[in-house]
Design a protein around this ligand. Structure first.
Ligand code: CP3
Length: 394
């Protein structure tokens, strides 16, 4: 497999689902329904004649059919209503003809299912009733009862049924990003209270991240077993950390999550924003594929990763509202740079903004599907370190 020797996990652990004894015989990777899809093949490091594309936050407020289906249902209630979650998961696949569905859920769902008071406030994001900032608060965190995951298992099974040959991607929030919400109590720009806890009370920090890793890992595993064909770990805010802090205080916990699904044998994607300096460390947490943000040209990411790790990305969401000609040129540049990777799945560098015109998203999918795979015209195998160091990295 096209990951580096440093990456934990054996070839056997990454074998196609068909060879995994863990997945049920009806799983789409085992029956062959999704194992030959361009998405799964690109994740496994194959160049495909047509580049697969899906978009983070493709389900959601940019779609009128999403707003109609949600109605007055609260966000987290919608996630926990299997018929509704499955319908919303499939909407962008029907409309845009993307190559994957991303399970409609949220990174705080496993926290809610464990019994922690959390809600998603429209226009704000996750808000926690009682922020977790002490050893006592961490010790009091409830363990997730596996039975509580039933609505997730059911929603994934329904989504997979509706999606047919189109693979479903399952996901979870990584320990740092989820913990930053638990500690701050609400979205934060600088994560100051979170970082203070990390440095001043490393034992409390480790206990908190170990809890998140167990809880979120169980959520991710449930999705893989119920029929997802790939799993993505979102560490959206990890980019605010130095490499040293990431390695010492975060990577082991993200590695624990990825290890919880290693035996499923399906591609594991790891993504965060502003993470150029962390790409190698995040890959080495046990990821098979690296998601790349909009700030890092894909060919540079491929070179930093040593040339063998498949990549996902990285159309700049900031260009979605601009002139088509500029977006068209940018997408072709992304495809050209992505052609230096062993496998390339096209995506945005971060999520679809809620104000995006959905017709632009459909047009992006059509463009990506119309461009044949390109032979690399950029040096494909630059050794790591041959490029200038990323901003702020030592
Ligand atoms: O297509 C998809 O990607 C749908 C599934 C999805 C959602 N959240 C649905 C959602 C996924 C993959 C997520 C992940 C998520 N949630 C992340 C990681 C990805 C990222 O964007 O960095 C994070 C940090 C969260 C936490 C969260 N949930 C935020 C910051 C918000 C936005 C708050 C707002 O109103 O702007 C949410 C809410 C949320 N999650 C919405 C959706 C569709 C919007 C809720 C609504 O429609 O009212």
């Amino acid at each position: 497999m096209p990951t580096s020797e440093q990456s934990p996990g054996t070839d056997q652990q990454r074998a196609v689902g068909a060879e995994s004894s863990v997945l049920p015989p009806t799983h789409p990777l085992v029956t062959g329904r999704t194992s030959g899809s361009i998405l799964v093949r690109a994740y496994r490091g194959e160049r495909t004649a047509t580049r697969p594309i899906w978009m983070m936050r493709q389900a959601g407020r940019s779609l009128p059919e999403y707003r109609a289906a949600r109605g007055d249902t609260a966000m987290l209630d919608a996630c926990l209503t299997p018929e509704l979650a499955a319908e919303i998961t499939c909407q962008p696949v029907r409309r845009h003809r993307v190559d994957a569905g991303i399970f409609f859920s949220d990174i705080v769902i496993p926290v809610r299912l464990a019994g922690v008071g959390v809600d998603i406030v429209p226009g704000v994001g996750p808000v926690i009733d009682h922020p977790i900032r002490s050893a006592a608060a961490v010790a009091a965190l409830p363990e997730l009862d596996p039975q509580a995951l039933a609505p997730i298992t059911e929603a994934v099974a329904r989504s997979v049924e509706l999606l047919g040959d189109t693979p479903l991607i399952g996901f979870a929030g990584a320990p740092f990003t989820v913990a930053s919400y638990l500690v701050e109590g609400r979205p934060s720009r600088d994560h100051a209270i979170t970082k203070a806890l990390m440095h001043e009370h490393p034992d409390v920090w480790d206990a908190l991240l170990a809890w998140v890793a167990r809880t979120t890992g169980a959520f991710l595993r449930a999705q893989g077993l119920a029929g997802a064909s790939a799993l993505q770990l979102f560490d959206s805010w990890a980019g605010t950390l130095s490499v040293e802090d990431y390695l010492a205080h975060v990577q082991p916990h993200s590695a624990a999550v990825l290890a919880q699904v290693a035996d499923l044998g399906m591609p594991r994607i790891h993504f965060g924003t502003r993470t150029r300096h962390l790409l190698v460390a995040m890959r080495d947490a046990g990821a098979d594929v690296m998601g790349v943000d909009a700030q890092t040209p894909l060919d540079e990411a491929v070179a930093l990763l040593g040339g063998r790790t498949p990549v996902q990305g990285n159309i700049d969401p900031a260009l979605l509202d601009g002139p088509w000609a500029e977006l068209d040129a940018h997408i072709r540049d992304v495809l050209r740079r992505g052609a230096t990777a062993t496998g390339h799945v096209v995506n945005l560098g971060h999520g679809v903004p809620p104000t995006t015109d959905p017709d632009v998203l459909t047009r992006i999918v059509e463009l990506v599907h119309s461009v044949p795979d390109l032979l690399p015209d950029l040096p494909p195998d630059l050794p790591p370190g041959s490029l200038p160091h990323p901003d702020g990295a030592p």
